[in-house]
Design a protein around this ligand. Sequence first.
Ligand SMILES: [Fe+2]
Length: 169
Amino acid sequence: MTATLARHPALEQLIEGVREAVGVRADWPATAGLVADRLRRCLPTPAILTPEQRLGDPDRARGHVLHIEPDSSFSVLAVVWRPGQGTRIHDHTTWCVFGGLQGVEHEIVYDEDLNPIGENDNHPGDVSGFAPPGDIHKVVNRTSVNAITLHIYGTDVSRIGSSVRRYYN
Ligand SMILES: [Fe+2]
């Protein structure tokens, strides 16, 4: 993952809103809901990434860290998914909020025994938030064009390396 230098005004507005939502100090599920509300109100466009970043990476889905809150309370990332790129089944160390910026990301949700229990197509403008437990999923871009998603996690992803708690095989 790489940090971007330019700060888009829409990103600054979003960060301010997330800071307020996290400052309520609610529990994880409630925080995910409050942050999702903020992201719905201030969803940036794909222009928060450079044209070069929006091209993605032929080897893997490519994350770009856009912001790490100084007190480590949250991180904002954008991920570029080329056609066919996705994740393995995983869960998370903290609350998470996602928003679609471009293209369609397909999500499959699993129960604790790894039975698929739901599927969603996340389009631009779709925002969802959740918190562990009950957050086992995988995502994949099943389309023929790049998808871009915005992710907000309740931790410093640069310090712990990732938002993933565990991968399942
Ligand atoms: Fe995830």
